[in-house]
Ligand binder design. Sequence first.
Ligand SMILES: [Ca+2]
Ligand SMILES: [Ca+2]
Ligand SMILES: [Ca+2]
Length: 398
Amino acid sequence: MKTFKSGLALLAGLLLLAGCKKEDAVPNNSKIINWKFLSGGDEYEPGQQIIKSPDGGFMVVSNPGLNVAKTFIYKFTSTGQLAWQRKYDGDGDRAAKDLIALRDGGYIVVGGSSSPINEFKSNMDLWVFKINAEGDVLWEKKYGGLKTEHAVAIVEGNDGGFLVLGNIENTDRDLDPWLLKIDENGNQLWEKSFRNTDYDYATAITKCRDGYFFSTEKENNLLDAARLVKVDNQGNLVYEKIFDGEGRDSFQSLIATDDNGVILAGNISGRGEGASIYGTDNPWLVKLNANGELEWQKIISGIGGFNTIVRTPGGYVIGGAIRSKDTQFNGWIQEIDESGRKQWEIVLGGSKDDAVNSLVVEDSKKITFLGSTSSIDGDIGQAIEGSYALWIMQVQPK
Ligand SMILES: [Ca+2]
Ligand SMILES: [Ca+2]
Ligand SMILES: [Ca+2]
């Protein structure tokens, strides 16, 4: 669950009630908007992931639906024309969260799929399917048992195949991280669950030279913290680190660095300017070196958070949401260098809540992102029905 994004509206409401202090708007570069695409209709449509397609276009996965989730996949050309759009639904929820391009032109898509058991219960399983370049389903597999299992992300394996990060329900009904290694046909090579007595929700994965890093949100009576886990190529634990701010803290994205360390991006609570007893999230970056030691961290004095981080030739581009003067959120993109120093930033959106969830960088500064918006003005500039619309845009700093 990308908790920061789903909590945006609630958080904005609480801050209004608290009458909390004003902050300076984030100074931002001006930008060039190359193209945009909006979709929402009368349904809430949270965008999950955007990736580059082998032909130079973009693939987007989203989960529209108010009561029952469906999966939509959109294919765009490099200039933002919608090439095709396909729906993948069923009797229960069909919520894809991530996808990866294959060498044969197809894609593996991962998420959760539920089948109704009876009126009150359904059985969610980790769901993996392959589509070709036109979106036709070539095969489909489900992994799991009678409890809840689902996938949140997929990465290429260091030694072939793919690693799927998900969550698996424990005996005490908590969710814990689950790693599944599959081959290109979806056959399971191995699996490893990381069971513990806490609620421990896996959020993101990245591969490094000698294994993988993944992040979780860990919660028990004593803490509500962000956790980093490093595993080797067989999924064995190398180390773990817990990062605990005053309230709920989480990493939504992470990326391995050239020195075999990692940068984590998310939000930490109860720190910095604008913090209140109602709980606030401050955007947060953490850099660890190859030994897992803290090299630097940045807690930004503003309310918001980072949802995604990707590599560029000179550093990293991070995307998320930042609260503006009048309590609503805007989409936010920054480039940082290896030391976390800001190179440029762009703030985007309209007069209601907007957030950047996932992005692709080309030519070092051309950003194609996927986000959510409830605005109909400003950079959105188009009336779309629905509380949260899918928002895709290509921008570059001017
Ligand atoms: Ca299940
Ligand atoms: Ca905490
Ligand atoms: Ca806004």
